[in-house]
Design a protein around this ligand. Sequence first.
Ligand SMILES: [Zn+2]
Length: 341
Amino acid sequence: MHVKNPRVVFAAGAVALVAVAGFVFGPMPPRAPVDAAAGATAATGGSPSGTWQDGGTEPSPGTPAADPARTRGPVRSTDGGVVPGTSVPGATVPGATVPGATVPGATVPGSLPPVVDHGPRTGRKVALTFDADMTDAMRRQLRGPNPPSYANLAIVDLLERQGVPATFFLTGKWVQEYPELTRRLAANPRFELANHSYGHDAFTPDCYHLKPLPRREMTADVARTFDTVTPYGGRQTRYFRFPGLCHDRTALTELAPLGLTVVDGDVVSGDPFARYWQPIVRAVLSQVRPGSVVVLHVTEANAPMTDEALPHILAGLAERGLEPAPLSEVLGGAARVASPS
Ligand SMILES: [Zn+2]
């Protein structure tokens, strides 16, 4: 697993809580812009441009989503405590019957969250992850005269029909708009649920024209999202993906009390606002490797070709001997503990 924050402080005895795999030291290579159904457009060749719901335009290709240099170094949480409404990792999953059972992605509260791009490059597993964005602007669309759908049922149908494991990064507001679908996702034993913020605001000052979230609200925003998703049960995790993948040291510091793992991804599908499915398929299949974390969207109106691309992606993965798996299994689950090696 590639971790951009190698000097995370892991307290002795907290090992059982840590769900991240091995650490790899070194700076991150620059990434292509991603996200995120917020409105970044496809960063891959030939993809059409699009505009984001709040009127922003796509970022220019080559813009790093985050500056890894700003995310490194041991940092304690600002208040050193656990945010109200959050509980100790391992105790947050309804129906968890095994005492001490670990929640994937759970880390020691108070330590700077590790930032993960992918799992070990061995084996055959890859993670298909689907972001479920929901901004206030998108909500206004839903209340308008011709409401779009931000829930791509064709994707869920296909994954269920073929028994394909997947992981869904849910915003709290998306869950509120689509509670039935959230229940359906949670009920699938092959699906994991993760956190994509409450209202898809920006956690850095400049992130694809997303509305900046004040620093003082960051911790509560993400905690509130866990609180919104957790009651649905199923395969809950402490994985968090920043909107637009935009994060800096400040944002990571604010999330330290929550005991989570930040998951970016190493395969950018470029599916937001795509007009054709072929570039999405090409982008995924040209980058995917064992251990990859593929970033896709389940937001339909803002990623309208993803369900068209998905069968071809699945076929291409099979041809390459790669096998979709829940994110926790791709990252190594709780079986491997972070260690500097
Ligand atoms: Zn997003």
